[in-house]
Ligand binder design. Structure first.
Ligand code: F6P
Ligand code: MG
Length: 444
């Protein structure tokens, strides 16, 4: 496309995309295969011999895929006839058209974003083709473990929230803004704990999330939190708008475990403080990038919080359940979130979702993958404006809360990227740095 840099790709030997496709994706696949194998007896108990057959078949499909990946074979069309199958296959044809007819779209010769998403969709296909175990979540065990490993930090947050609420009526607008800022940062750093970057290795929050904020501040490369606060505390109303009073905030969730708890704490604060009238939470339709939130994870997390042997955590859990029941919180999972598209395609390829986001006064995009999709996962110059990289994607005022785990970063000051690179060559992929990056459509 004219004037738009190329997609990151494993084609570039030595790049992080290359290393991911070469090493990290096969590692994740191998763990998936192990997990299915370890659950053999469970399948036997639940589905008898059919369960065992399904286990074998699924493993064989996944091993075959791992081999295709490792030998850079062409990307295959999906065969499972789900609601999104055709659009995946159409996307693959689109990639082939972009590549021309000299070579085939293959694991290393296509955009990294596409191929990484495709791997998770193929895992889903392997399960769908083996009905008795279709709904098995191959990442459930690691997600559960990561939740329990960071439970203490989660409890600290619930206690912190309860303390804020004790004085809620007396808080000035400035104090409210300060708490908002803190909880926004907690949610930002919660993104450190995903299990895709660690290829499924333990990666949980051990230290107190509030106490570490000061020392982390220096690692926030772009901090637009003041602009986020303005969008929230004085939402823009279009002339003649019939929107109800109070903001609607949408959170496009990323990972289950500690990060989800930080997001729910933020969502709780938003509505309990009256800053928002409603929070819409967006999750994934099937297991995705190891630790991403599905509807099951969402419900499970709330139930776990309710059942926790901790006064403030169980209280939070009960409150969350109530918010969901009353429709103050709404959970959604649109198939677009588990497709490989850049978000600038959303208006054309998922107009219903785009229209839904347009109802929001603020959309928070959690995590690295969402950042990659916001910016198209392209080889942008670091000084390009965030709004340029969005390429017209502006359903509402939006903000990315992301720790850096892929080599794309825009909106930096001249020289900032070079300086970071001399301090730490892996600054874009180590997860140590973060951004709070905001964009708002121009007021008409
Ligand atoms: O390569 C690291 C990675 O797998 C990226 O592909 C992906 O962007 C990231 O991990 C997932 O991170 P997050 O959970 O923050 O989206
Ligand atoms: Mg994730």
């Amino acid at each position: 496309v004219d004037g738009v840099p190329p997609s990151l790709s494993a084609r570039v030997i030595g790049s992080f995309a290359f290393l991911t496709v070469k090493d990290r994706l096969p590692t994740i696949l191998t763990k998936v295969i192990d997990t299915i194998h370890r659950n053999k007896n469970k399948f036997l108990e639940e589905y008898g011999e059919n369960g065992i057959d399904a286990e074998k078949q699924t493993i064989s499909l996944l091993s075959k895929m791992r081999n295709e990946l490792q030998t850079d074979k062409p990307i295959l069309l999906l065969t499972d006839n789900l609601q999104d199958t055709e659009s995946w296959n159409e996307y693959m044809r689109r990639q082939q058209r972009l590549l021309g007819d000299q070579e085939s779209v293959s694991w290393f010769k296509c955009p990294w974003l596409y191929v990484e998403c495709y791997m998770y969709r193929r895992i889903q296909e392997a399960l769908i083709l083996n009905p008795p175990i279709s709904s098995f979540d191959v990442f459930k065990e690691v997600k559960t473990q990561s939740f329990f490993d960071s439970q203490k930090a989660a409890m600290t947050l619930c206690t912190y929230l309860a303390d804020i609420y004790k004085n809620m009526e007396k808080l000035s607008k400035d104090q409210l803004g300060e708490y908002f800022n803190k909880l926004l940062q907690v949610s930002l750093w919660g993104n450190k704990c995903d299990l895709s970057i660690s290829a499924g290795q333990e990666n949980s929050q051990k230290t107190s999330p509030i106490d570490s904020l000061n020392s982390l501040q220096a690692f926030v490369l772009v901090d637009d939190s003041n602009r986020v606060w303005s969008a929230l505390s004085s939402p823009q109303r279009q002339a003649g708008s019939v929107k109800p009073a109070g903001a609607r905030v949408d959170i496009v969730l990323d990972n289950a475990g500690f990060e989800l708890v930080t997001d729910l704490i933020l969502a709780d604060f938003l509505v309990s403080s009256g800053l928002a009238r409603q929070v819409h939470l967006h999750g994934k339709c099937f297991p995705w990038f190891v630790s991403d939130v599905t509807a099951n994870d969402f419900q499970w997390t709330i139930r776990q919080a309710m059942a926790a042997n901790h006064r403030w955590m169980s209280k939070s859990g009960a409150q969350w359940q109530k918010y969901v029941k009353e429709g103050v919180w709404c959970y959604h999972d649109h198939p677009f979130w588990t497709q490989p598209h850049e978000f600038c395609d959303m208006a054309a390829d998922a107009p219903d979702l785009y229209a839904a986001l347009q109802e929001a006064d603020l959309v928070l995009f959690k995590g690295d993958l969402n950042y990659r999709k916001l910016t198209g996962d392209r080889d942008w110059d670091h000084t390009v404006d965030f709004s340029t990289a969005l390429r017209g994607f502006e359903p509402a005022p939006l903000c990315s809360l992301r720790t850096l785990k892929a080599d794309v970063q825009v909106g930096l000051q001249p020289g900032q990227g070079q300086k970071l690179a001399t301090q730490d060559p892996n600054w874009m992929t180590s997860g140590k740095h973060a951004v709070i990056q905001f964009h708002s459509p121009k007021a008409e």
